[in-house]
Design a protein around this ligand. Sequence first.
Ligand code: SAH
Ligand code: SF4
Ligand code: F3S
Length: 498
Amino acid sequence: MIKNNTVYESEEFRQMLLQASAMQEPPVKDGSLRQAFFLSRCRRIVGQREQETGRRMTCHVVTFGCQMNERDSEKLRGILTLAGFTPAPSEDADFVLYNTCTVRENANVRLYGRLGALSTYRKKNPAMKIALCGCMMQEKDEIERIRKKYRYVSLVFGTHNLYRFAELLCACLLSDEQIIDVVDESDAIVENLPCERTYAFKSGVNIMFGCNNFCTYCIVPYVRGREKSRDPKEIVQEIEHLAGDGVVEVMLLGQNVNSYGKGLAEPVSFAQLLQEVEKVDGIERIRFMTSHPKDLSDELIDVMQHSKKVCPHLHLPVQSGSSRLLKCMNRHYTKESYLDLVARLRKAIPDLSLSTDLIVGFPSETEEDFLETLDLVQRVEYDSAFTFLYSKRAGTPAASMEDQVADDVAHERFDRLLAEVQRIGRRKSSRFEGTIQPVLVEDLNRQEEGYVTGRTPHNLVVHFPGDASMIGTIQDVFLQKAHGFYYTGTVSPAADAD
Ligand code: SAH
Ligand code: SF4
Ligand code: F3S
């Protein structure tokens, strides 16, 4: 019997699995019972293969892209583990699944590189199954390319039918044909599917799917579909279950969490949802991402200010400091209104940590526009920032804009911006040196034996002496020394700290 204590099946799903394993035919209705039926079939198939080969059937999932994909991969791993597969440490496995991203061109390039590199494993194990899913699979051109040039890929599915993975896996295990199942849009939100968490003590929680914002450079709305919010009761219930299972930190996930709840039968605001999550016993820390500046309400600032659990860290992507470019990007705010928002946030939550995303080289960006971005970065003083070179995504409005910026110009600006955000970030994130902070211990430190690694509420990484028994606990740690983007420290009291 395979035992993995981080696989989480709800009681409802456990009951469904029991019910489904006695069924002869799959339930016609699309939903979790139907998936439970196919999962029990997969179990039988995997069991048979193991008997035939006399060894364990192994799987490996590789995730590209953002936290949504990370969370989706936990669900995919949950299905694979319950289907009887044993996780393998590398792609040398019987079933390899790539959960893809397509936000920038280099994400696609990396995927094809990894696929090509599988050839050694494929030679060794010709029965190996390779599956692709996620955002890149929602693009018609990529599907054509896989259909023509990557015949050895066994299964392809997209973002809208991920919840049908058990069914697709079953079909794939029984077939030698390439199976491609990608749908353009779906309203379905299927609850109660199992998942295998990467961490026992913290978890992402989807609160919404898709995006309605259509920033002109961005492909996400095309590959993730329209915005759909989950029912708040389902979210709170999931978090209660997670807390019962030992989770102390949740990260609420959505492309634009600030517009949460708009399409629901009984609209609920994101700030109201946070207050409900705050009530869940056992949850000590609440994080969320991503916040779109245009929808960040005073109500949310107020909730963050008074909450005991919402962490004082906000990821607030600005993209550019030029109001002219922000308009071209369809972001619906200006440099001034963004700075005003930051001022209001800092007034309410004085030591708030701020991080951001920045794009360099958007079509028509001039040196003046770029200097506006540098100026904004200097004024806001972010704790950290992700800087991206603009990447042209086919089908987005920006791809057909005139005046694409020359590569060398964009690279030169990128380097200047990166140097500046690093200089500021290093200084800003050192501001807690000499203080005691509650640190959630996440892992053993891989570089230094006898040390553990954790995060402060402000999302700063701390290394300090400790052992595996501390993982998942919150320790008061004296932050002895700042080293740019991380700290070293010792468990408080500070008097013992040298
Ligand atoms: N929904 C989130 C971000 C999703 S994508 C938000 O709106 O903030 C994450 C980041 O990728 C974006 O914030 C943006 O900075 C970057 N990005 C998206 N499309 C891009 C493109 N075509 N080229 C370069 N960077 C891009
Ligand atoms: Fe992309 Fe804009 Fe939606 Fe974020 S808000 S996912 S950047 S379209
Ligand atoms: Fe990439 Fe899809 Fe996320 S395109 S950034 S994995 S939503």
